[in-house]
Design a protein around this ligand. Sequence first.
Ligand SMILES: [Mn+2]
Length: 371
Amino acid sequence: MLLNDDQQALIAGARKILVIQAENPDGDSLGSALALEEIFGAMGKTVVLHCPVQIPTYLRHIEGWDRASYDFPTDADLGVIVDTSSKILLSKTLADPVAKNWLEHRPILVFDHHVTVTPDLPFEAQYIISETAVATGELIFDMCQETAWAINAAAATNLFISIMADSLGLTTTATTADSFFTCGELVKLGANPSDIDEKRRELMKKKPEILKYKGQLIERIEYYNSGRTALVFVSFEEIQKYSNDYNPTMLVLDEMRLVYGVDVAIGVKTYPDGKLTGKLRTNIPVADQISGYFGGGGHLFAAGFRVYEQYDKWLTEFIGMMEKIYAEYDNGEVVAIQPQHLDDGDNAAITIDNEHLGNFRIRKGGESGDH
Ligand SMILES: [Mn+2]
């Protein structure tokens, strides 16, 4: 059984349940939280959704995203954390003494999947972690099957969204036949894939001037390190002009990674106060290492940082550092675990062998980049 008798009794006996997402909300965590809102709600419970950060714009096609709130009500009698088992991703919530105290004194269930690091929440919690589910949404579906919890059309839609998000449309290596089966069942229960994708595409639409600007950015992409590094620079004037409509770097960054020979794509922005931010997408597992050098953080294939440095000076340092990183990578000196998905919202447990990082300055816990 996924949930033992005690855990089922905890849920059955709860009057009000607080569903908690970590500070890297993605389609899986949001879909799972909204699905639990429906599932527990149908059992007659009051369900409240907490997320310590704003739901990113790209997820706002998901109906109900705005119900995830910064608020941390303390009158719930059970907490359910979705899609994370690590304290680092709950640091914002834990920084609030009231929330921390609540978490330390209430029963907490954690629903998660594919965790390759040891769960380390600094309070008592019962972990229900699937080794096989491609998404927390798939685990929740399996729980529903076991416990005969009803899945209404809204819950089916949200679970479908969560599985599609983490499996990148059922294409990642962690996707199984069961993931496909689950999605089929969810469609039977009322998830409408074309309707879901139509809403997503509607949200992705851009103004004509943004597409024109994208063309300019593509023309300005620079290649360094024998074509292995693709870089695009965005000035503050452009940030002011366009970023309300679209994050300039995200217009081209993923496509820069899809160029023959490119291992590392970076978008760099500068600000009048001397701040410089870098957003990284890579094809080799070094993004975290690069951002770490500049005091940032992130994951193996997606990371970000911010520094206060003059652009030309920074660029020289960056290109030189990339030479070293490529040399080390080519020598097999970087040891990495394959992540389960690649977007910024990735909470896949990722480790890099620090012994092999050589002279690089690793300053963890910094900014994980702009959005
Ligand atoms: Mn997930």
